[in-house]
Design a protein. Structure first.
Length: 80
């Protein structure tokens, strides 16, 4: 699974760095290094909807460091 976190200006100001840090922690804690590829991306085109990530081809908006764990687990469950 590929996860790309937007680090464009709007998402950066809304905490994308904290989301990346939390994702790194979750991936390590749950030993998902071989299942999740984490990267950064410039603008994903959803600037008015809060921090944005792309999980494979799906765009997820309104992401925070507090809800990223739930988003990660849901994405893992959906993809088996």
């Amino acid at each position: 699974m590929n996860i790309s976190v937007c680090i464009g200006s709007s998402c950066h100001l809304r905490g994308s760095y904290d989301i990346i840090q939390r994702l790194k922690e979750l991936i390590a804690e749950e030993k998902l290094e071989d299942k999740v590829n984490l990267s950064a991306s410039f603008c994903l085109g959803q600037c008015t909807h809060g921090c944005t990530i792309r999980v494979d081809e799906d765009i997820v908006t309104g992401v925070t460091k507090d809800n990223i764990g739930d988003i990660l687990h849901k994405a893992l469950a959906e993809r088996g």
